[in-house]
Design a protein around this ligand. Structure first.
Ligand code: ATP
Ligand code: MG
Length: 268
């Protein structure tokens, strides 16, 4: 259960198609022990990217989905009663710090203030994790890396990271893959034909144009993959698109009708 190198060459790494130099940036951050922040819309490949890079670098990955009930103790650890005895149990962040693993905090803006406070001494050159409850002060093992992500789009203005937190991270902006790459991702994930993958991506471009007008968020790569999965298993194209690319985007009947007209125009 240590974070020692497993598959250094990344032969078993989950499939990830790079969009730019993000893999090199991740490797640089890892090599220089700098924390990394990934910004981008939902379903554009951030989690897949981190899983891919962790495997390539041969590091264990601890992923924490942040939410507003998440406390510092959930990350760091707590005393628990076990068979009449009180024992200390490390949280995922502490395990990563001890083992030299990668800790990925998904949707970090959702986390409460006491959580970000815990991160500060870890994200500057001290690289330490003070554990108040046990009196320990852990120095991060070699190979420890902190990665966080958030979606700058749909949160309200109040829910953004404090400058003192965000200025501790190298940051990369993510977006949906460019059309040719998104086609390749859909095909690799589902085996859908090129023609049909191209049609889904063309439709996605039209739906993404509506962001900020009729739609809060553009359709994600994740949803395109859902649609492709349904079509690939024999479902009628219109039905698959309705369930995977229209209903998840809106509850407004008028908007839905408008989107369906768009579908008809694109798939003919
Ligand atoms: N560049 C890519 N290479 C390979 N797969 C990709 C790529 N981009 C997106 N995907 C696919 O899209 C799916 C959704 O991506 P992922 O779960 O990583 O999104 P996310 O950005 O973490 O979203 P969220 O913010 O909602 O957590 C993945 O399961 C994967 O199939
Ligand atoms: Mg994710």
């Amino acid at each position: 259960m240590d974070g020692s190198p497993m598959n250094r060459n990344g032969a078993d790494a989950p499939f990830y198609l790079p969009e730019g130099d993000e893999c090199e940036m991740f490797e640089q951050a890892f090599a220089h022990t700098l924390p990394l922040l990934l910004k981008g819309p939902t379903g554009c490949g951030k989690t897949r990217f981190v899983a891919h890079m962790a495997a390539r670098l041969g590091r264990r990955l601890y992923t924490v989905a942040c939410h507003d009930d998440l406390t510092a103790a959930d990350l760091v650890g707590r005393y628990l009663l076990k068979g009449g005895e009180t024992v200390w149990v490390d949280g995922p962040l502490t395990r990563a710090v001890r083992e030299g693993a990668i800790c990925y905090l998904d949707e970090v803006v959702e986390a409460r203030k006491d959580v970000t406070v815990v991160l500060h001494p870890l994200t500057d050159d001290r690289r330490i994790l003070p554990i108040d409850r046990t009196g320990e002060e852990l120095e991060a093992a070699p190979g420890f890396m902190l990665v966080a992500s958030y979606n700058p789009g749909y949160q309200n203005i109040l829910k953004t990271l404090k400058p003192s937190t965000r200025q501790r991270f190298l940051s990369i902006e993510f977006d949906f893959p460019a059309p040719e790459r998104e086609i390749e991702v859909i095909r690799a994930e589902t085996g859908l034909s090129e023609d049909r993958a191209r049609m889904l991506v063309r439709l996605a471009a039209k739906l993404r144009d509506l962001k900020g007008q009729d739609l809060e968020e553009g359709v994600s790569t994740r949803l395109l993959i859902y649609a492709a999965t349904l079509i690939q298993s024999g479902m009628a194209v219109e039905r698959a698109i309705l369930a995977a690319m229209i209903e998840p985007l809106t509850d407004d009947e008028d908007v839905k009708r408008g989107l369906l007209d768009l579908v008809t125009a694109v798939i003919g």
